[in-house]
Structures are given as structure tokens and as C-alpha cells.
Design a binder for this molecule. Structure first.
Ligand code: IMP
Ligand code: MG
Length: 180
């Protein structure tokens, strides 16, 4: 697997610093409230598990599994819910937790779906942001790191379901895609 990696784009120290800062921002902004973190499977699993521990508030969390039609490197924004939340979010302070916002199509769609369920508030938190690729303007309340227009893997992010377990956020060598 290490032979597939071209270079580390964001190392573990920088990731952990960003996660700590996001945890502090959320802790400050949600004083007196109890956020409900909604992690989007599977990419956000690693990020959410670190983020939740960086928030010093009572909270609960759940996951939504979605699949978006498109190629493995490009989402279409047409999203299908494969597994929904386990509870009603009406009146709750919901924070959607994503690994990365690229075109914005997936997050915009998710926000629409959850908004109609009438949470008290609905915020978005993404570890990575690729603003250069945006197709749909979507408001991001919490952003860990802005990255250039590169396809990245690791720390939960996959290419063809692999590389999620890499501790760093990495760029793959071209030959990996050539065999896809
Ligand atoms: P969007 O709908 O284009 O914003 O894409 C969001 C989803 O596409 C993310 O939740 C990821 O699953 C996937 N994605 C976008 N960019 C990358 C990347 O660089 N690496 C891995 N997955 C990505
Ligand atoms: Mg993915």
C-alpha cells in the first residue's frame, strides 16, 4: 500500500491540530446545548471519532449511510440513503460531519433532506474543503483545512474503498488510477 502513495498532503500533526481547533469552536458555540453529530458513512468515521473526543460538551452521535451515483473520483450529487438516522431530529441541534466537500452536491442534498425534519439548528462541519471544485454554493460552518484540487485518500477517505486506514491524508501515484 505504501508503494501507491505519491506524497503526504496533510500529516497527522496537522490533522490533529485542525480537529482540536474544530472541537474548541464547537464547544464554544454550543455552550448550554447538546449537539447531535451526524457522521456520513463511511468517509467521516475516522474524523468523527476524533472530533467527538475534542468537543467538551454532552453530545450524542449517529451515522447516515449514503451512496452517491458517479465515478469513484467524482460524485453526481444524486444521493441515495442506504441507512437513515435512528431517531427523530426535530428540535435538535444537528451538526453534519463530512470528510470532504468537493463539488458541494452531496452536502447540499443532505442539508435539504435534514432541514425538512425541522431540527432546531443545522450546521455543517467538514475536515477538508476543496473550494476550487464547487458546483453548488453550500454554507460551511466549520472547516478543518482547505486543500488544492487533488484527489486525496487516508484518514477515512477512500479510493475504491481502499486507503481509509492511512493515518495521513495522501495523494496517490498515477499508476493506481491507470489500473482502475
Ligand atoms: P461532493 O458531492 O462532490 O462534494 O463530494 C463529496 C463526497 O465525494 C465525499 O463525501 C467523498 O466521499 C467523495 N470525495 C470527494 N473528493 C474526494 C477526495 O479527494 N478523496 C476521496 N473522496 C472524495
Ligand atoms: Mg467516498
Amino acid at each position: 500500500m505504501t508503494g501507491d502513495i505519491d506524497r503526504v498532503l496533510v500529516g497527522t500533526a496537522e490533522i490533529q491540530a485542525a480537529v482540536r481547533r474544530l472541537g474548541q469552536e464547537i464547544t464554544r458555540d454550543y455552550q448550554g446545548r447538546e449537539p447531535y453529530l451526524v457522521g456520513i458513512l463511511k468517509g467521516a468515521v475516522v474524523f468523527l471519532s476524533d472530533l467527538a473526543r475534542a468537543i467538551e460538551l454532552p453530545l450524542s452521535l449517529d451515522f447516515m449511510a449514503i451512496s452517491s451515483y458517479g465515478t469513484s473520483r467524482q460524485s453526481s450529487g444524486i444521493v441515495k440513503i442506504n441507512s437513515d438516522l435512528g431517531q427523530n431530529i426535530q428540535g435538535m441541534d444537528v451538526i453534519i460531519v463530512e470528510d470532504i466537500v468537493d463539488t458541494g452536491l452531496t452536502l447540499a442534498y443532505l442539508k435539504d433532506i435534514l432541514h425538512v425534519r425541522e431540527p432546531r439548528s443545522l450546521a455543517t462541519c467538514t475536515l477538508l474543503n476543496k473550494p476550487s471544485r464547487r458546483k453548488l454554493e453550500v454554507h460551511l460552518d466549520y472547516v478543518g483545512l482547505e486543500i488544492p484540487n487533488e484527489f486525496v485518500v487516508g484518514y477515512g477517505l477512500d479510493y475504491g474503498e481502499r486507503y481509509r486506514n492511512l493515518p495521513d491524508i495522501c495523494v496517490l501515484k498515477e499508476h493506481v488510477y491507470a489500473h482502475a
